[in-house]
Design a protein around this ligand. Structure first.
Ligand code: S3P
Length: 164
């Protein structure tokens, strides 16, 4: 079995669903941001502040290029699908699920998050713009789109779990 990637905007539930899916499918789970934080020895806001977003994007691509060849579940960062090479790697090495949530649901979850530099520097309407700009990339990379609105975590996990 190949990798299972979860993609989508910040706050769409990738990490929570990833962890639960890992129990459901009995596969190891990796949170890409967390792996990067461990590798770099810095938090995401520190990486952005010290080296800038462009550096962070390179680290994301390196991660995807080099991550171990193993059947597992990976929740990706919300910006990963924007890069074409990243999209190619994910589609080639795994099955990609796009977790599609409404902007209002997302905004409620992320608005006070200090650990997300993009949220820190953006207004609500800027975030909403980014959300709409990025949808085409999530759609392009996702093999399967998962509508999360009004669905419980359990329903989402089962929906994904029974398709792999
Ligand atoms: C980002 C999303 C974050 C993290 C970083 C940048 C983005 O991941 O990678 O703060 O550009 O959307 P989550 O989607 O897990 O919040």
């Amino acid at each position: 079995m190949r990798k299972i990637y979860l993609v989508g905007f910040m706050g769409c539930g990738k990490s929570v669903i990833g962890r639960r899916l890992s129990y459901f499918l009995k596969l190891p789970y990796y949170d890409m941001d967390r792996e990067i934080v461990r590798q770099q020895g810095m938090t995401i806001p520190e990486i952005f502040e010290k080296y800038g977003e462009e550096y962070f994007r390179k680290v994301e691509t390196d991660f995807l290029r080099n991550f171990r060849d193993e059947a597992c579940i990976i929740s990706t960062g919300g910006g990963v699908a924007v890069n074409e090479e990243n999209r190619k790697i994910m589609r080639k090495t795994g099955l990609v699920f796009y977790l599609d949530a409404t902007f209002e649901d997302i905004y409620k979850r992320i608005k006070n998050d200090k650990n997300r530099p993009i949220v820190q520097k953006s207004s609500k309407s800027e975030l909403e713009q980014l959300y709409f700009q990025r949808r085409k990339f999530y759609r392009a990379v996702g093999h399967i789109r998962v509508l999360t609105e009004n669905r419980s975590k359990r329903q989402i996990v089962e929906y994904i779990g029974f398709q792999v």
